[in-house]
Design a protein around this ligand. Sequence first.
Ligand code: BES
Ligand code: MN
Ligand code: ZN
Length: 481
Amino acid sequence: MNFELKSLGLVGVSTEKCDALVVLVHQEFKSAKDALSTLVAEAVKAGDLEAKAGKVCVLYKPAQANASRVVLASIGEGSGRDIRTAVAAAMAAIKNPNLKKLLLCFAQASSGEAVRTAVLAVADASYVYTTTKSKPEPRTLQKAVIAATNAAELQEVFLRAVATVMGVELAKEWANRPANHATPTLLAEAAQELAKLPKFRCKVLGPKEVAKLGMGAFMAVAQGSDQPLRFIVLHYDGALKSQAPTVLVGKGITFDSGGISIKPAPEMDEMKFDMSGAASVLGVFRSLAQLKPAVNVVGLIPACENLLSGRAVKPGDVVTSMSGQTIEILNTDAEGRLVLCDALCYAERFKPAAVIDIATLTGACMIALGGVRSGLFATNEDLANALSSASDVSQDLCWRMPLDEDYAEGLKTSFADVANVAGRAGGAITAAKFLQRFATKYAWAHLDIAGTAWKTGNQKGATGRPVGLLVEYLLSKAEAR
Ligand code: BES
Ligand code: MN
Ligand code: ZN
């Protein structure tokens, strides 16, 4: 889909030809003299447009606009959440296969934040997954024009938002694909495809190279599957070589059956989403390609399936990680931390400014924070603060979690340096404590996206999070220089 930011006031908006016009109306909207704002004022006065965010009033070919249909949508107080609600409601109200060109405007002056939120919400509402349908009904919306009187001021925010959409949609695409259409090999090919873009490089390691590196934890997870593992190394070189890179590590379990510690059948299909961290890394690189900021970024993706077979790793097995630390695998379903710990060790070679891993790591994090905020763990205050503020700006929210050493007690074992699970209590934190042992050589943050990476139920599908948060973080780094 194509976005455009156009310098138009409400008079210009009313003459612009389009299939649908969405007018976002603030609760404190004051009418001007033009026909369109008079129409809005009348709808409000007549009680047809309530002030609550998400309330809509649909009009068919009103004389006040050159649009086939007009939706007036309330944004209440105008918060990010209000705008998302309003855009979603408006888009639902005009769902129509003939909707190709959409025009969206604000009835009152609009901020950069509002424009950003609207762009992401329009993309989200019109997104359709089609890859594995025999008769796909793809997104019909081809063009969304955002109208603003102060378009010049908003241009930069707008371009960021559009680039973020591209990253979010790539992440959604890969996360949504079923595991047989998103194998480790296919993920690696997607990374190599991205690396054809300027300033990109990609290297893909297979089982032999990974064995040579001594990634015993990663290999243990992969050994139960017939699909060969892949270790993907993506580079975006946007700044001088002398500038230390930010390393993003994405959990790439293309299917998590739990292994010998097998998961229950209900909802096991959702474990195709267990590579959402990896998908978000690919998505961030897609956005970087668009924006070309002056930063260096490395993406690491350990990709494999967690299955069971006669060759699968067993509870109680002890393996040696790349760091040299031995690990007792008490539960083969705690596989994410096993693939990540070797990737975190590999990350050391880049002498990174920071390493951020992104993983659908624990059901416990989903219980703790639900689908609203991702769990943020960090060993470095500056990094934690920068990620938290990027989370606020992007409205792709996260919440800082603790890393007290007492949480690591349960990981102690007599049979190896560390066990891969502790008790049930504080499961998201004990998982992070496990990872922390392998991330001692640099500033490190961990995002547990188990609750936020996808939606379940009748809206089942990937969200593309936390691409928005990470893109915002990387851009703020580029600006700080
Ligand atoms: N991929 C899962 C985490 C997960 C579960 C994400 C449900 C989203 C929804 C992870 O590999 C896992 O199985 N974790 C276990 C850890 C446990 C064995 C300590 C979990 O959370 O149950
Ligand atoms: Mn698991
Ligand atoms: Zn998993």
